[in-house]
Design a protein around this ligand. Structure first.
Ligand code: APR
Length: 314
């Protein structure tokens, strides 16, 4: 029997994520949006690609209301991926999105939980660390079943810049970016390995610092180029990777936004750390040994997340 995934928000990232997952063939998808006909249209278009691409999974589109009605079709989802909300505009920080998206996510999560009380929730909507904490709070789920996507994308950007700089395959770079999905994110050059060799032995410190800085501003770089909307190809690839890890119980070690209960000296907060991702969601928080500088950077990043969480007054 196929798995069931609901993707909330049929915009750029939601639709692209649905495409990636449906093409894998192992899960049926319900795609929803508040814009009348948008989810239905994209779902039908995706379904009509089945004879060409070659999959048998079903994709259904549903229009929901902003006050949380119309979620019946999402019932009994194994996984719910939330991309609904307002994306960043040029010059707008992720943090400024907070108030707008807090309302959207509260309503969406209440509706999801009503119909899929056993699902795993994966959050994408920005500011993602705060929105994941909000989803955890509103859902009442155990923290392992609420997880955010940020680190896979940030790490992918970091790996991309390194591979381009060194002229090696993108797949030969093994790396982790920790912390919140903001300007204070924490790429870890010490844990970055390129084809078996540490990055620190391959590039001078100033080159590495420039790559780290570009990674921190990776989202902004794309927003500036696009002028309307934000990145969605790499974000949707990151979401599909998380869906595979959870629904296929892959036990992948991936950087995700997860609830910490004392690990890394952080308590009661969602922050980006390496986790083991499987059918139960976050099955383990992986603790890297950090230097005092790295640890300080992670605390600073966590503080930025904490101030957002406090601003939500949840
Ligand atoms: N329920 C369902 N869908 C909603 C709701 C809601 N309450 N409110 C908004 N939406 C829909 C919008 O109608 C839109 O189609 O969410 C979709 C968002 O899609 P885009 O505007 O294309 O944004 P996208 O680029 O996909 O980014 C989505 O991810 O990267 C983050 O900051 C980004 O928070 C944003 C999210």
């Amino acid at each position: 029997m196929r798995k069931k995934v609901s993707v909330i928000g049929a915009g750029q990232t939601g639709a692209s994520t649905a495409q990636r997952i449906i093409q894998a063939g192992y899960a049926d998808i319900v795609l929803t949006d508040v814009v009348e006909g948008l989810a239905e249209g994209k779902a039908l278009d995706l379904q009509e690609s089945a004879p060409i691409v070659g999959f048998d999974a079903l994709v259904t589109g549903v229009t929901t209301t902003p006050d949380g009605k119309g979620y019946e079709a999402t019932a009994n989802s194994d996984l719910v991926i939330i991309t609904s909300g307002v994306p960043r505009k040029p010059g707008m920080s992720r943090d400024e999105l907070l108030a707008v998206n807090q309302q959207v996510i509260t309503t969406v999560v209440q509706a999801i939980v009503r119909y899929s009380p056993e699902c795993v929730i994966v959050m994408l909507t920005n500011p993602v660390d705060a929105m994941t904490q909000l989803a955890y709070k509103v859902s009442g789920f155990p923290s392992n079943r609420v997880v955010g996507q940020a680190g896979i994308l940030d790490t992918a950007r970091y790996k991309t810049f390194i591979a381009l700089e060194l002229g090696v395959s993108f797949q030969n770079v093994d790396a982790y970016v920790l912390g919140g999905h903001g300007d204070a994110m924490v790429p870890l050059p010490r844990y970055t390995i390129v084809g078996g060799r540490p990055l620190t032995s391959l590039l001078p410190a100033d080159k590495i610092e420039a790559i780290v800085e570009r990674t921190r501003r990776g989202g902004e770089e794309i927003v500036k180029l696009l002028k309307t909307g934000s990145a969605f190809y790499a974000p949707s690839a990151a979401l599909a990777e998380m869906a595979n890890a959870i629904l296929l119980d892959q036990k992948r070690i991936l950087p995700c936004c997860a609830y910490l209960t004392g690990q890394y000296g952080i308590n009661g907060l969602y922050v980006g750390v390496p986790v083991k991702l499987g059918q139960n969601g976050v099955e383990e928080i992986i603790e890297f040994a950090l230097t005092s500088d790295e640890s300080r950077a992670l605390q600073q990043s966590a503080n930025a997340v904490r101030s957002l969480v406090q601003a939500m007054k949840i």
